[in-house]
Design a protein around this ligand. Structure first.
Ligand SMILES: Cc1ncc(COP(=O)(O)O)c(C=O)c1O
Length: 425
């Protein structure tokens, strides 16, 4: 029996952990080699999952601050007062950006959405609703479907208008006595369009129903987009009837992963997500989000990012995102046979085949050629998805020229699946 086999046999008897630990350098080297084959977000060829600020000094600060707070736990915020101060300053900034609200810092958009759905369910339950529903357009993020599934709400999905935006009349028609929450997106992921939030929120308010705005994508970019002179329809707490908002700092706020915010217009609503338990021999247990143990690094990282960038930094990055978006959109529009879906309001969009294009032009096959050239464009039902980060301002010409090549030279589509998130068992 070889030494490896002996080690494996022994380790299996305990539970799969290697019998002998691996030396630090050896372990790190092997990971670096393996990782060279993973998606390279720094090169500008990836369009989702990582929001590349392309700012080496910000990255350096983030690495240092992550290491400083790596082991700390914000479960009991009174033990790590620096984390407590940073968290409360992040929330103050969020409330300022979105114009009032009571806020909590969470691990990501999905947790923020879960909490908003839970809050709505609790409010509905207090009013005697025993089988609550959530009404949203088909474009709302799957996190709402997941929240409904976990939290026992029925999801009512409405069709969007021709422009890809939620249809306020369809939403209004779906509201009834069971409705706990109405959802609108700012913007939605598939098409990058902002739903008509004023109208949707007015319908919800008229029926005394809560209205959540999912600004996981737009929350930390739209205020700067507007300041750059872009047309941004009203979407935050300045719109009457909007009762909660989710907004991710780990997306266009450029923090590393693990930081989002959920905000409520009213304190009473916010309090519905707070959990207190005083019947445990271990002592009083209280938390304002779903997590128990809360890693310190994402809190410190979000605080450091917001303070290092400041308004000036966010404006600089927003300008780069805008230039990249416009450059890519113009380049795509100039290619015969392609069209951008709808009229995106922010920095993400879908493009597909124009209805007048020859039947032989296949967007799936175009995606295959782009894949072969190292680009990573997510496939959607109607086309390919682009979401720009600041670093994409450096790749506009290369992208457009490869896309032209792909349109002119593709073969049959290989039949790649449309995958947005994967499950591992
Ligand atoms: C519009 C929107 N809402 C919610 C989410 C969920 O965020 P997270 O993946 O951080 O849980 C996403 C993620 O891309 C999103 O685009």
């Amino acid at each position: 029996m070889s030494q490896t086999e002996i080690n494996m046999t022994k380790s299996e008897s305990i539970g799969g952990i290697p019998e002998q630990g691996m030396a630090g350098e050896e372990l790190l080297d092997s990971l670096r080699i393996e990782r060279a084959g993973d998606l390279n977000w720094r090169g500008g060829k990836a369009f989702s999952l990582v929001y590349n600020s392309d700012d080496p000094e910000l990255e350096r600060v983030q690495h240092e601050v992550a290491a400083e707070f790596l082991h700390e736990n914000a479960l009991n915020p009174f033990r790590y007062k620096t984390l407590l101060r940073m968290e409360s300053e992040i929330l103050t900034m969020a409330k300022g950006l979105f114009h009032a609200g009571h806020a909590a810092l969470t691990s990501g958009g999905t947790e923020s959405i879960f909490l908003a759905v839970l809050t709505a369910r609790e409010r509905a339950a207090a009013r005697g609703v025993t089988s609550p529903t959530l009404v949203c357009a088909v474009t709302a993020h799957p996190a709402f479907a997941k929240a409904c599934h976990y939290l026992g709400l029925e999801m009512i999905r409405t069709e969007v208008s021709a422009d890809g935006r939620a249809n306020p009349e369809a939403i209004s028609a779906a509201i009834d006595d069971r409705t706990a929450l109405v959802v609108a997106s700012a913007p939605c992921y598939p098409f990058g369009v902002i739903d008509p939030i004023s109208e949707i929120a007015a319908h919800a308010q008229n029926r005394d129903v809560l209205c959540h705005v999912d600004a996981c994508l737009g929350g930390y970019l739209l205020p700067f987009w507007e300041a750059l002179g872009q047309e941004v329809p009203p979407w935050d707490f300045r719109v009457e009837g909007v009762t909660s908002i989710s907004a991710d700092i780990h997306k266009y706020g450029y923090a590393f992963k693990g930081a989002s915010t959920v905000l409520y217009r009213d304190r009473d609503l916010y309090q519905l997500q707070i959990f207190m338990y005083d019947s445990w021999p271990g002592g009083l247990y209280a938390s304002s989000t779903a997590a128990g143990t809360r890693p310190g690094s994402p809190i410190a990282g979000a605080w450091a990012t917001m303070n290092h960038l400041g308004i000036e930094g966010y404006m600089r990055l927003a300008r780069r995102v805008l230039n990249a978006t416009n450059g890519l959109k113009d380049g795509i529009n100039a290619i015969d046979g392609l069209r951008i879906t709808s009229n995106p309001d922010m920095s993400l969009f879908e493009f597909g085949v124009d209805q007048d294009a020859p039947a032989s032009l296949s967007i799936e096959a175009v995606g295959d050629v782009m894949d072969d050239r190292g680009w990573n464009l997510d496939r959607q039902q109607g086309g390919l998805h682009v979401m720009t980060s600041p670093g994409h301002d450096k790749i506009i010409d290369a992208f457009v020229s490869d896309l032209q090549f792909a349109v002119a030279n593709h073969g049959e589509a290989r039949g790649e699946e449309h995958i947005y998130g994967g499950a591992v068992s």
